[in-house]
Design a protein around this ligand. Structure first.
Ligand SMILES: *Cc1c(COP(=O)(O)O)cnc(C)c1O
Length: 381
């Protein structure tokens, strides 16, 4: 059973796109852990859709269908982590290819891509893609096969105009892929702005409960060579998500629009509070009118600006770590998008990437915004 075509994200998510279990009458689809599937006396598959679980899993297909609908994509593919999704995509590039990647994005992506490009004779150009003319110039000069951006970016919250990036990539004969993790498909649908592939770490807000690693790629052109190559890579190389993880992900996604709505509202309130705080030097959040990417974000996002925010305390590492150490509600832990608020001193984690020592990154959960503000207030002093 699939839901009608004209429904809003909250309806699609709450009903898991119509997934139920008719044999049992359950309103929740079952978790089938079997790795292999029966053939009958004539050697025909009992269920023609299922042979072996590296290739076939009902619960994975159900979760992919929900994601595809939320993203307004033709097809979505799940992977066992966000990095596995990114790696599967870049592995489709031939040796000697050229890539333009946004600078200052999720460090795990940058690090893996640098190593991979070096091994594969791929020419990598790292560009501040939030600077539209720099991106345009890089595409025109280097003629990349693939352009990879992340918007809003982690941890700088830079925003890239997706439609403009797509125009630049396509004019150069390349494709555009967008890491949309910080936005979720509820707030931003890059395929509608011309991107060829959208990627998420579903570990973050899509699952939302800090208990599943998952990644997703989605496209509106499933016949494109890059997509058929990605599918073949997943099938043959085996970067598949397990049924239990897919089942948990599906459960987490039922409340995705609800969680995102609450988190956006709280993050906006907290960003406005921090922006006027005497101990705070600067706040990076695209929901603030003062943010350099606010207009772009307002144009290509709907319903809010996400749960990720960074700010600079006055002083340096000592002041930042003192504030982080005093927080009682925000867990000191990496990651983002969970129902519980997290705080991170990025410079401690990646001191070599130019992150300011005074920068504190925050992922706002679904707790009461007043409680969170009181905690930040006591910690900043
Ligand atoms: C976490 C994250 C990733 C990597 O995803 P994993 O699920 O941890 O492998 C990629 N991009 C962004 C923006 C992220 O926040």
């Amino acid at each position: 059973m699939t839901l009608p075509n004209d429904l809003k994200p909250s309806t699609i998510a709450a009903q898991a796109n119509g997934a139920i279990d008719l044999p049992s009458g359950g309103v929740v689809p079952p978790l089938q852990p079997s790795t292999t599937f029966l053939r009958d006396e004539d050697y025909a598959l009992v269920n023609p859709a299922n042979i072996y679980s590296r290739d076939n899993s009902d619960i994975v297909r159900i979760a992919e269908n929900v994601l595809a609908r939320l993203e307004n994509a033709e097809e979505a593919l799940l992977f066992p982590s966000g990095m596995a999704a990114i790696a599967a995509m870049f592995r489709t590039l031939p040796n000697g290819a050229t890539v333009v990647v946004q600078s200052g994005i999720y460090w795990g992506t940058t690090k893996w891509l640098r190593d991979f490009a070096a091994r594969r004779q791929i020419t990598l150009h790292e560009v501040d893609a939030a600077d539209a003319s720099a991106l345009e110039k890089a595409c025109a000069t280097h003629k990349p096969d693939l352009v990879f951006i992340e918007t809003p970016s982690n941890p700088w919250l830079k925003t890239v105009d997706i439609a403009h990036a797509a125009t630049c990539a396509h004019a150069a004969g390349g494709l555009l892929a967008v890491d949309s993790t910080a936005a979720t498909p509820v707030l931003q649908r890059p395929l509608e702005h011309g991107a060829d592939i959208v990627m998420h770490s579903a570990t973050k807000a899509i699952n939302g409960h800090s208990d599943v690693l998952a990644g997703v790629l989605a496209t509106s052109s499933p016949a494109a060579k890059i997509w058929t190559d990605i599918k073949a890579d997943r099938h043959d190389a085996g970067a598949v998500i397990g049924p239990f993880e897919a089942w948990l992900l599906l459960r987490g996604m039922r409340t995705l629009p609800l969680r995102v709505e609450r988190m956006c509202r709280s993050t906006q309130t907290i960003a406005e509070y921090l922006a006027t705080h005497p101990k705070v030097a600067d706040v990076y959040y695209p929901g603030l009118a003062s943010h350099p990417g606010h207009e772009i974000a307002a144009r290509q996002m709907q319903g809010g600006f996400g749960c990720l925010m960074s700010f600079l305390v006055k002083g340096g590492a000592e002041e930042a770590l003192a504030a982080v150490g005093k927080l009682k509600l925000f867990h000191r832990a990496t990651s983002l998008g969970g129902v519980e608020s997290l705080v991170e001193h990025r410079h401690t984690i990646e001191p070599h990437t130019g992150i300011p020592e005074s920068l504190i990154r925050v992922s706002v959960g679904i707790e009461d915004a007043g409680d969170l503000i009181a905690d930040l207030g006591q910690a900043l002093g």
